[in-house]
Design a protein around this ligand. Sequence first.
Ligand code: MG
Length: 158
Amino acid sequence: MEFRTGIGYDLHPLKKGVRLVIGGVPIPYDKGLSGHSDGDIVLHALTDALLGAAGLGDIGSRFPDTDPQWKGIESRIFVEKSLALLRRRKFQICFVDCIILAEAPKLMPYFQAIQKKIALLLKITPSRVSVKAKTQEKLGSIGQKKAMAAFVAVTLKR
Ligand code: MG
């Protein structure tokens, strides 16, 4: 049995008039994450962690934002396409651990929905997904509510 770990990180700026979607779950807030596709920091970091653990590059090389086919696309597509690449190489997902860096809103009420959404996308049981959040003590761009970021670690076995 071979075990592998991958890590992913992503950050997007917050903008008014944009829908906030984290881990595929819409969250009520006066700002949302703007950028490549729908700006879902958790699903982007998850994609990078999956690809990283399998040694298959990263989201930027697989789904470049210069390619119009990925513009405004739902981020779950990146996760689903990465999962298909892993499955073709016989990898199974053991565990996914996520940290969301955000000053506001309080994300704890959404942890379970995000956990279930990620589990559904990856076709694993929710007990194999962990979701948590941290503020930045009002420091830096995240602490000043100008951005949000996420770290995701994935363990694979084969
Ligand atoms: Mg991104």
